[in-house]
Design a protein around this ligand. Structure first.
Ligand code: CA
Length: 228
């Protein structure tokens, strides 16, 4: 899943991005409010971590502008002050939750996951299809009870496909949610990663789960798709 981190202090932004990438999130960074609003309009983020104190447009204004464009992306606001008026203003501006700085990274992660779980795609921390099991909190994958070791990116891709299980997922959608803004749409990275996942997830199992829908994308399903 892809997260936008909005934070003008570069150390804090790097710390957050690194921590989230370690947890298999794709992360983009915006260093001020204007860029945050621009990025939120251009890409489909699964959540936004938004610092309140920003140069130019502050977090409240960013939040209001994003909501005014009918974008309901979950927003976790970071505030340096434990002030009740700030919290109320943040929630009124459309933030879903807030966290007071300095915060513990594990708490940020827990709150972020709680926000992501409110969305229908990730109703439960453990996702399953047939005998494939994906624990989205531990980033652990098993099939038929046997652990499967994946790289962070392989895991992110599989997690997204499992969240959308049953649906045909196009490459544009995959790149939006699994890669960050540095993704080159002309590359064949998605094919490469799907091949790697196939080897790890499907090879040696009687039921194939990862199917290619030519010209459309990929589908995680227990049903054989004709013509592939
Ligand atoms: Ca700041």
């Amino acid at each position: 899943m892809r997260i936008l981190v909005v934070e003008d202090e570069s150390d804090a932004a790097r710390f957050l991005a690194k921590g989230l990438r370690n947890q298999a999130f794709a992360v983009d960074i915006a260093v001020d409010g204007l860029h945050a609003v621009e990025k939120a309009a251009l890409a489909t983020y699964d959540a936004i971590v938004l610092d309140l104190m920003l140069p130019g447009l502050d977090g409240f204004a960013v939040c209001s502008q994003i909501r005014r464009s009918s974008n309901m992306v979950p927003i976790l606001m970071l505030t340096a002050r434990d002030s009740v008026p700030d919290r109320i203003a943040g929630l009124n501006a459309g933030a879903d939750d807030y966290l007071i700085k300095p915060f513990d990274f594990q708490e940020l992660l827990a709150r972020l996951r709680a926000l992501l779980r409110r969305r229908p795609l990730l109703e439960s921390p453990v996702l399953e299809i047939a005998d494939l099991r994906v624990d989205t909190h531990q980033q652990r994958v098993s099939r038929g009870g046997a652990t499967i070791n994946l790289t962070t990116r392989e895991y992110s891709l599989l997690e997204y496909l499992v969240m959308r299980r049953g649906a045909v997922v196009g490459r544009a959608e995959i790149s939006e949610h699994v890669w960050d803004e540095t993704y080159d749409p002309l590359s064949n990275l998605i094919e490469v990663y799907v091949q790697r996942l196939r080897r790890k997830i499907d090879q040696g199992f009687p039921v194939r789960l990862i199917h290619t829908r030519r010209g459309e994308g990929y589908q995680l399903t227990t049903e054989e798709v004709p013509g592939v």
